[in-house]
Design a protein around this ligand. Sequence first.
Ligand SMILES: Nc1ccn([C@@H]2O[C@H](COP(=O)(O)OP(=O)(O)OP(=O)(O)O)[C@@H](O)[C@H]2O)c(=O)n1
Ligand SMILES: [Mg+2]
Length: 405
Amino acid sequence: MDGDTVRIKNIPNEFKLALPILRKIEAAGYEAYFVGGSVRDTLLNRPIHDVDIATSAYPSEVKALFKRTVDTGIEHGTVMILDHGTGYEVTTFRTESGYQDYRRPDKVTFVRSLKEDLKRRDFTINALALSEDGQITDLFGGLADMKAKIIRAVGNPEERFNEDALRMMRAVRFASQLNFKIEPQTLSGIYDHSQLLKKIAVERIHTEFVKMMLGQDAQNGLTLMIKSHLYQYVPGFTSRLIELQKIANAPFDLKNEVQVWSLFTSNFRFQREQIALFLKNWKTANKIINDVILTTELIFQIKSQKVNNLNLYWAGRQNVLNAVDVLSRSLNANLDDLLRAYDRLPITDKRQLNITGGELIKQKILSPGPQLGKTLAELERAVVLGQVKNQRSALIAAAIALNKE
Ligand SMILES: Nc1ccn([C@@H]2O[C@H](COP(=O)(O)OP(=O)(O)OP(=O)(O)O)[C@@H](O)[C@H]2O)c(=O)n1
Ligand SMILES: [Mg+2]
């Protein structure tokens, strides 16, 4: 094997648990390695999530070795092994040829050589393999790039982005998450092929984009999206260069997806319907869309210094937190006060009202119908604003006063 080799001394527990699988495959005369993000993140001292295994054994050969397997992606050569605790995905070394639609290979060819497999991976830092004895195989300078904090395509960037155009978004995402630079030729490859992003399913772009915005160097990530023209091929950004530049130039520190979208919708000065349309185009979950609407509206109210207890109440605690987080690095106001104000609200949910519709009927103050709902909504409002105490007697008196004539 050519290239550098390095040995890892403290193999993380996640790998140790999967070692029996590697050993079993090797005992049968095949090669097996840990590959991909888990190897990269271990070397960077970052927590690892999924442990991926690559092997020279063909899928049928893998399945013959283990008792319990599931064909999770058999057409791509992936088999899940269930013999050892949680499932582990084992994928046969492969090369992919004939990418016609820039997103998935027409055909996967299984190969016996690790080098052939690593060669078609996206970036050098993702093309490292870790063997059972802790030895790293680095055929494309991934370790040096890691040290220099560089995202570099394996081989020819053009070929890698033609194989899967999502890799351009992945480059920007890793730059943000890891605080790395994109190597100049790789970056110009992204610039030259940015329009290929049009071919990629929005859901996949969505995942990368949100991860990018939550990364430690998201300002740099967004700047790279602008510089590389990738921003022109994602929903709703094409004609927003000025706003995007403004966002990229101001510090922010976002903690969840709602905050990510709210940063954009508040800077775009979007109203409800525009937010819903924008986020539907991004294929965002309805629950997130609702929270973004509430957070964005609260941001507008905070910015115009017109926020009152009712605004906080309707937003809900989590969205007060979201608005505060989105604004915290850009607004010079004491935003903690907002949270304290929220925590002092007389009620935070209408079920906490010390009166029910049933009781108002029983007391013969109202009969069932729309007026009852209106009265309860008015009581809720009055209690939140501190105009009526949340006590049964006070609420009954207020209900009577509201329905006097
Ligand atoms: N478009 C892609 C996606 C993945 N890979 C390869 O498959 C590995 C695993 O892919 P995935 O789990 O999607 O990404 P990770 O790099 O592991 O990143 P994450 O930490 O987000 O899982 C990558 O490291 C890379 O070697 C690739 O070459 N091209
Ligand atoms: Mg992964």
